[in-house]
Design a protein around this ligand. Structure first.
Ligand code: APR
Ligand code: PHB
Length: 391
């Protein structure tokens, strides 16, 4: 078969790109290793910047998000046993964030693709191969249900995450990668209990970081920092709630409602960037090109802005016969990516207990947090980054 853009990966990057291209009349095919059900089963972050909200609106997919999502104007920082509110809305000149799970975003995008009858090959396993993207006629091949397919295309969009085939197809000599692995992970629990507070609480404690987040007024998402070698199965629900409670302030501890976990898993924390993000007719977007630690929830938002730049570049190519956007894609994305990498690394470093930092490390973090909540300039820097820097 033949298409204009072959997209590898049906995560938020691939699905969003597919929507934006289809709306512009650009034909595309998605090839996904897993089943749709499997993709939807992955629990990821749930804070959308305004640009991401606007992109879903642009695709005509914002209705459920605006109905069910929660608009947040602030976050709380908890340290030395007390909470301090950062007024995102006031400090950022009127911006806010939308709490709406990545699972829901993916769901809405998958439903729309299905209704529009756009071609998607699910469950291709590890059979996906990228060919000839350094020439004028790239191809993607895969096997689905034992049947081999070959997709001829003009461009390939590598939206297949950190472990995908796209970045792996690029010769190592053409790629420069930057990596930082953190010596801890996040143990996350999803539970059908009301959130402890109406805003997110980011906690710095002597026992390690904790985060109180939510998916809806009746569904909470909580995390505690744990050593990397811990296993989620070794944590009973009771042990999790007990550890979370110990990391909260007195009032939150009293308000915390516990219940059986629906999901429990440990995610490692990593900073990673691959440069450049384009090789001939192959583009990398989202987690395929960069990973941020989850503190600040930038992963999905960065993926969305990559896709915004990529869709605009491809539309410019087809409509206006100009490759300016294509030639500038990698530079434009990376300028934004590195700023989000810096913010996520800084917020992670400020809020977590590092094994070798000692008591002085804790004291220095507390001094910075004190400064952060008492200086309007410092709070503004946090707020501007949290709601998303301008495009
Ligand atoms: N062939 C086809 N599909 C693949 C392959 C492959 N070889 N390898 C991976 N995939 C699929 C995965 O199964 C997944 O569904 O690519 C998709 C990539 O999705 P994500 O990992 O969600 O990445 P992305 O769409 O860029 O979304 C970025 O999602 O992962 C979070 O933290 C991340 O929030 C950020 C956002
Ligand atoms: C989440 O709800 O999963 C979440 C929220 C904020 C973060 C990270 C994760 O910074």
């Amino acid at each position: 078969m033949r298409t204009q853009v072959a997209i590898i990966g049906a995560g938020p990057s691939g699905l969003l790109l597919g929507q934006l291209l289809s709306r512009a009349g650009i034909d595309n095919v998605i090839v996904e290793r897993q089943s749709a059900q499997y993709v939807l089963g992955r629990i990821r972050a749930g804070v959308l910047e305004q640009v991401s909200v606007e992109m879903l609106d642009e695709c005509g997919l914002g209705a459920r998000m605006h109905r069910e999502g929660l608009v947040h104007h602030g976050i709380e920082l908890l340290f030395k046993g007390a909470r301090h509110r950062i007024d995102l809305h006031d400090l950022s000149g009127g911006k806010s964030v939308m709490v709406y799970g990545q699972t829901e975003v993916t769901h809405d995008l998958m439903d729309a693709r299905k209704v529009q009858g756009l071609a998607t090959f699910y469950e291709t396993g590890d059979t996906v191969k990228l060919h000839d993207f350094d020439g004028a006629r790239p191809k993607v091949s895969c096997v689905q249900d034992g049947k081999a397919h070959e997709i001829e295309c003009d461009f390939i969009a590598g939206c297949d995450g950190y472990h995908g085939a796209s970045r792996a197809s690029v010769p190592a000599s053409a790629l420069k990668t930057y990596t930082k692995d953190y010596p801890f992970g996040w143990l996350g629990v999803l539970a059908d209990v009301p959130p402890v507070s109406h805003e997110l609480i980011y906690a710095n404690t002597g026992r390690g970081f904790a985060l109180c987040s939510m998916r809806s007024p009746t569904r909470s998402r909580y995390y505690v920092q744990v050593p990397l070698q811990e296993k989620a199965e070794a944590w009973s629900d009771a042990a999790f709630w007990d550890e979370l409670r110990r990391r909260l302030d007195v009032e939150a501890r009293e308000h915390l409602v516990t219940g059986p976990s629906i999901e429990k898993s440990i995610a490692p924390l990593r900073s990673f960037v691959a440069e450049p993000m384009r090789f001939g007719r192959l583009f990398l977007a989202g987690d395929a090109a960069h990973i941020v630690p989850p503190t600040g929830a930038k992963g999905l938002n960065l993926a969305a802005t990559d896709v915004k730049y990529l869709s605009a570049a491809l539309i410019e190519h087809y409509r206006h016969k100009s490759d300016r956007g294509i030639d500038d894609y990698s530079r434009k994305c990376l300028a934004r990516v590195w700023k989000a990498e810096r913010f996520s690394w800084w917020f992670t470093s400020l809020m977590h207990k590092f094994p070798d930092a000692g008591d002085i490390g804790q004291k220095l973090q507390e001094a910075e947090l004190d400064y952060l909540v008492s200086s309007r300039a410092a709070s503004t820097a946090l707020a501007e980054n949290y709601v998303g820097l301008p495009l």
